[in-house]
Design a protein around this ligand. Structure first.
Ligand SMILES: Cc1ncc(COP(=O)(O)O)c(C=O)c1O
Length: 305
């Protein structure tokens, strides 16, 4: 089937033609990366004939928190962001799984310290399962370290932060891997360039804490809830050593875009049997049921468009 083509992008109050969704080349966003954003997914539910936005409230709240930490003069409350996302989807009317980009930018042509004016853009593009969802991906521990809370806080979902993940991803690809994993400045596992990381060891689910220089991922929290419901016990949230990745039975990435992506190799060592493991597979199916509105315990996570 042909790829769905959005008719435009919402910018500062309305959907505009694709080519007109622009900001000035001298804006602090272009010069200094003074922008914060969210990647949000909406899923097509064919039985209901509706689009469902996954955990919209949480994404809108995190976007506003990011703008606040960046000292941006942001006129939008979380409810305004959610309303604009829904309005965009109603107007563009996709009938497929989409990835939504919501972006707060310091536009205008001010200096590095400019805090406004702030523009809001919302775009949606068709996006199915992530690469490697079925077969898994091969990851390399990066020679780059994850940025830290005292330098460029990864808790802020700021565009400038992605320079760090970009260097790591490019290095991994140049070395023949699919993706990078970053250690933090203390040498513990942090995260991938655009996703958090889980390990399975002896039947226990393990993930680094939010104080180990990671984004406070909404999917990570979702996975911990799905695990608790499935297993009747909590996942372990604790620092993870590099070599634990080498002895783990299963490893996977999680994120809005990555959903649950199995990792089948770390550096030159296979993870487990070198194929996606049963716990990763089960969590994939629990996750897809939740995002598609098929899990009655979690209808509140899905906002109908
Ligand atoms: C650096 C980073 N870590 C983790 C994640 C996963 O976060 P979430 O599950 O909220 O999408 C993302 C994706 O947004 C990310 O960019």
């Amino acid at each position: 089937m042909a790829q769905w083509k959005p008719q435009g992008i919402w910018l500062d109050g309305k959907v505009r033609p694709w080519d007109q969704a622009t900001i000035h080349v001298l804006s602090p966003t272009v010069k200094y990366g003074v922008a914060v954003f969210e990647g949000i997914r909406a899923y097509w539910n064919p039985e209901r004939g509706r689009m469902l936005v996954f955990r919209l409230e949480e994404h809108s709240r995190r976007l506003v928190q990011s703008a606040r930490m960046m000292r941006m003069e942001n006129p939008y409350a979380p409810e305004d962001i959610s309303r604009a996302v829904l309005e965009t989807l109603r107007e563009l009317d996709p009938r497929c799984d989409v990835h939504i980009r919501a972006l707060l930018m310091v536009s205008g042509d001010g200096p590095m310290t400019a805090r406004g004016p702030v523009s809001l853009a919302i775009a949606a593009l068709e996006r199915g399962r992530p690469p490697g969802f079925e077969q898994g991906i091969r990851c390399q521990i990066s020679s780059w370290r994850r940025i830290s809370d005292e330098v460029m806080p990864p808790r802020i979902k700021c565009t400038a932060n992605y320079h760090n993940g970009r260097l790591a991803a490019l290095e991994a690809k140049a070395n023949g891997y699919d993706q990078a994993l970053l250690l933090n400045s203390r040498g513990e596992l942090a995260e991938a360039p655009g996703a958090c990381v889980f390990l399975v060891r002896a039947g226990q689910l393990i993930t680094p804490p939010v104080t180990d220089d990671i984004l406070e991922s909404i999917t990570r929290e979702t996975v911990l809830i799905l695990w608790q419901e499935w297993q009747g016990r909590s996942g372990a949230v604790r620092p993870v050593d590099r070599t634990e990745l080498y002895v783990a039975d299963e490893v996977f990435l999680c994120g809005t875009a990555a959903e649950i992506t199995p990792v089948i190799q770390v550096d030159d060592l296979e993870v487990g049997d070198g194929v996606p493991g049963p716990i990763t597979r089960k969590l994939q199916s629990l996750y897809l049921a939740a995002v598609r509105g098929e899990d009655s315990r979690h209808h509140s996570w899905c906002t109908e468009v």
